[in-house]
Each structure stands twice: as structure tokens, then as C-alpha cells.
Design a protein around this ligand. Structure first.
Ligand code: ZN
Length: 451
């Protein structure tokens, strides 16, 4: 087992100069996706998945409106063509063509004339940020509305306004996409990211782009684990996915929810509900060594799709990686979450963190020392320096740690935590010891918890 490195992804993640081409790829993909008017259903989601499918194979699932999924029901499909407000002089003052956030997502169709006073309850703005357009949705309550900059709202003259929202809410489907990369074993690593936000960069284009990049990198190699990337609308998408995949969840060995990966805030790993699974320990190890600003936070039933994946009936070993968490930066869910908020250096660090987490999960294993009584003679096997009397170098340290701890109970992750050595040097040491017959691999444990 684990005879091949994780697709070179570990080396890519470690390379100090690596990642520039990947970041440019991500920016191009995000620029392509930014103008698409996404919601939890509809053509915007399909167009988004089609764009991603040009880079990685995606299998689409269409779940019909009205389908019962646990305590929820898949809503009608929403599509929109135009939306605008004309002021008393007939001038168009708000137009969906100028910004996708101008219309409340899932607005019912409307075409009417009304006074400014009657229009006001349908308008949304941010007085504390008068130039930003807020992002508002009305998925599960029939309503219509417009979002606009507060400075513009305050300048609207009294009089009769004309409003038009040319939308449809009709029986259709909820769409999600999956990219499955088979590995040497059937145990899966599940990567989940949401696809439902229109014209917002950090939330959620960075998650889409980063998941696409990771899937592309994994496909280029021969991973040990099988990988499943799910691109689904937030909340209802993960609920629908869980409802359709309940019989197969025992194969989920680890999972990670991705989003908010381009803002300049520190990397944040949110633990699974179980709190001490293998992925939680990997998240802590990788982030702790990558950036002293990075932090690990406990699970809470608030956030993204970890709310469903870590609900008590599933309790999957799924953590979440973001930079600044949802709701904790002022630009969150507003037009200010655009390309000016996200930073190439921050995104690149997020990519390195994710790639390293994935690589550690892919290569973590338990071995047994086949020569456990005293140290074996490494020099005779070409693995140790011939001149004695100095401190062993890093690789030799790694050989000694792997030999000492590999008693069939301690994984490479355990050894990385205890020794302070880099995970990839321990992998290299284990491979070298396997090569000279001093180690054997033990059967993996199931379910995400360490033995
Ligand atoms: Zn969001």
C-alpha cells in the first residue's frame, strides 16, 4: 500500500516557488464565473458546472423540485432574465445587467407601478457601507426585492416607480456536480464546496476554483484514497446529496468543506463535530507548521455544508478550511466581496494548505518495524552516514523515528506530531525502510479515527 507518492501533490505543495501557474488558472476561472447569475437552482448553476467541467470531469445530478430530502423539499427552480427599477422620470436606476446582486435571489416575478413608500420595503441596502450592494436571498419565502447602494437609495426622489422582475419559479431541478477520482482503495476523501452565490469572489468563487485545481492535480497522479469533489448549492444541495448517498457514507474516511480562501485573513481550520478525527489532526498539523497566524477553531453548528455533513445522524469526519470565517469580515455577502478583496498570495497559501492536507491524508499509514529488537544497522543497508560522532541529519532522524514508532499502532501522522519532523520526510523514510525490507504496512483503520 501507499507505494506511490500522492500524485506529486505533496511536492507541489512544498515547493516554495510552485503555485504561480495554478493561481493564474484560478483567477481566469473566477473571472469567467463571476458574471454568472447563480442561485441554489437554475441555469446559473448549470453554466457554472459546465465551465468547471471543461477542466475536470463532472457527473451532474438533477434532483426534481418537490423531492423530499430529510425534513426539506427541493424547491422550484428559479431563473431570471431581467430586473430593473425606473424612477418617476422613466430613468432606469437599478438594473440586473449592472450587477447580479441587484435582485434578491429567488425573487418572484413582478411588473408594477408603485410609490417610493410602497417600494421601500422591497429595497435592501447597507447604511454602514453606503457604496456596497448587499447580497440577499429569499429561497423559502415568496417575496421579491432589490439590493442597491445605500447612497443611491437615499437619493431616490419621491414619486411613482416602475419595477420589473422577469423571473420564473417553476418545477425543475436542483443541480449538483461530482468529480470522482478513483484511488487504490475505495475509502474516500470528500471535498465539498458550494456553488450558489452570484458575483461574489471570496464566497464562493475561491472555493470553486481551489476545488477544481485540487481535483485537476489529483487526477494527474495515482492517489491512494479515492476522491470525491462535490460542487453543490449550499444547505439544500448538501442535504439532497446526503439523502441520495446515505447508503454509501461509510466509505467517507475524511472530508473537507472549502470556501472563503482568498481574503487576507489567517487560515482557519474548523474541526469536525467529533473534534479529534484524523482530518482534525491533519488540519492542525499542516496549518500550525505553515503559518503561525493560522488557527484551529472548534465545531459549531453554523457555517457552510459542515452543518449537514456533521449533523448528529451522520457525524462525518469532515472539517472546514477557510481564511476569515463567514460573517467575520465586513465585505461578507456584499458587492465588496469582489476581486479587490481577494489576494493572490493568500489564495496561493490556501492552495498549499489544502494540497498538503490532502497529501498527508493520502499518505498517512501505519507500519510495523520488522527488526524491532534494537536498532537495525542502517549503514549496512546504505541508509545512514558512515562517519559517526555528529548529530544525525533530518533524513536519518526520520529513519530513526519511523523505526522506533512503527509498532503497528502509530501512524506517520502520530510520528509527525511527536517528532516535530515534516510529514513528507517521514514518508520518504518509510519508503526507504520499506525498500530494504525493514518495515511492513499494516491494514488501515476505518472511520476516520486514529487507532
Ligand atoms: Zn455565503
Amino acid at each position: 500500500m501507499n507505494a506511490t507518492p500522492a500524485s506529486g501533490i505533496l511536492a507541489d505543495a512544498r515547493a516554495a516557488t510552485g503555485g504561480a501557474a495554478e493561481v493564474e488558472f484560478a483567477w481566469q476561472l473566477m473571472q469567467e464565473l463571476y458574471p454568472i447569475c447563480r442561485s441554489i437552482t437554475g441555469e446559473g448553476v448549470r453554466a457554472t458546472l459546465a465551465a468547471i467541467a471543461r477542466h475536470i470531469p463532472l457527473r451532474l445530478t438533477e434532483v426534481p423540485s418537490g423531492t423530499a430530502v430529510f425534513d426539506w423539499e427541493v424547491p422550484r427552480e428559479w431563473n431570471i432574465r431581467t430586473a430593473w427599477i425606473r424612477d418617476p422620470s422613466g430613468r432606469t436606476v437599478v438594473d440586473l445587467r449592472n450587477h447580479n446582486l441587484h435582485v434578491v435571489s429567488y425573487s418572484t416575478p413582478v411588473r408594477t407601478r408603485l410609490s417610493l413608500e410602497q417600494l421601500q420595503p422591497h429595497l435592501h441596502s447597507l447604511p454602514q457601507h453606503p457604496d456596497w450592494i448587499p447580497y440577499r436571498t429569499s429561497y423559502y419565502r415568496e417575496d421579491w426585492g432589490f439590493c442597491l447602494a445605500d447612497r443611491q437609495r437615499q437619493a431616490l426622489p419621491p414619486g411613482e416607480y416602475e419595477v420589473c422582475i422577469d423571473s420564473t419559479l417553476a418545477p425543475g431541478n436542483l443541480t449538483y456536480g461530482e468529480c470522482v477520482i478513483p484511488g487504490a482503495v475505495a475509502d474516500e476523501f470528500l471535498v465539498f464546496t458550494h456553488v450558489c452565490h452570484p458575483s461574489l469572489c471570496n464566497d464562493n468563487l475561491t472555493g470553486l476554483a481551489l476545488a477544481t485545481l485540487l481535483a485537476r492535480q489529483l487526477r494527474a497522479g495515482r492517489p491512494h484514497l479515492s476522491w470525491r469533489f462535490v460542487f453543490a448549492p449550499g444547505t439544500i444541495g448538501s442535504i439532497a446529496w446526503l439523502a441520495r448517498n446515505e447508503a454509501h457514507l461509510s466509505r467517507v474516511r475524511h472530508g473537507l468543506v472549502l470556501g472563503l480562501l482568498g481574503d487576507p485573513g489567517p487560515l482557519t481550520y474548523k474541526r469536525s463535530r467529533r473534534g479529534a478525527t484524523e482530518i482534525d489532526r491533519i488540519g492542525a498539523l499542516v496549518l500550525g507548521r505553515l503559518d503561525p497566524r493560522a488557527r484551529c477553531v472548534d465545531f459549531s453548528p453554523y457555517g457552510y455544508d459542515e452543518r449537514q455533513l456533521c449533523s448528529p445522524g451522520f457525524d462525518l469526519p469532515v472539517g472546514r478550511l477557510t481564511r476569515t470565517p463567514n460573517g467575520e469580515y465586513p465585505e461578507y455577502h456584499s458587492s465588496a466581496d469582489d476581486f479587490s478583496l481577494i489576494d493572490r498570495g493568500a489564495f496561493r497559501q490556501s492552495l498549499r494548505a489544502c494540497a498538503t492536507v490532502l497529501a498527508v491524508a493520502d499518505r498517512n499509514a501505519v507500519y510495523r518495524n520488522l527488526n524491532p529488537k534494537c536498532e537495525p544497522q542502517l549503514g549496512r543497508r546504505g541508509l545512514y552516514r558512515s562517519v559517526g560522532g555528529t548529530q544525525p541529519a533530518g533524513f536519518e532522524h526520520a529513519l530513526l523515528w519511523v523505526l522506533n514508532q512503527s509498532d503497528g499502532r502509530h501512524s506517520l501522522l502520530d510520528i509527525a506530531e511527536r517528532s516535530g519532523l515534516e510529514f513528507d520526510i517521514l514518508v520518504a523514510a518509510a519508503d526507504a525502510l520499506l525498500g530494504v525490507g525493514l518495515l511492513e504496512a499494516c491494514a488501515p483503520t476505518a472511520g476516520g479515527d486514529e487507532p
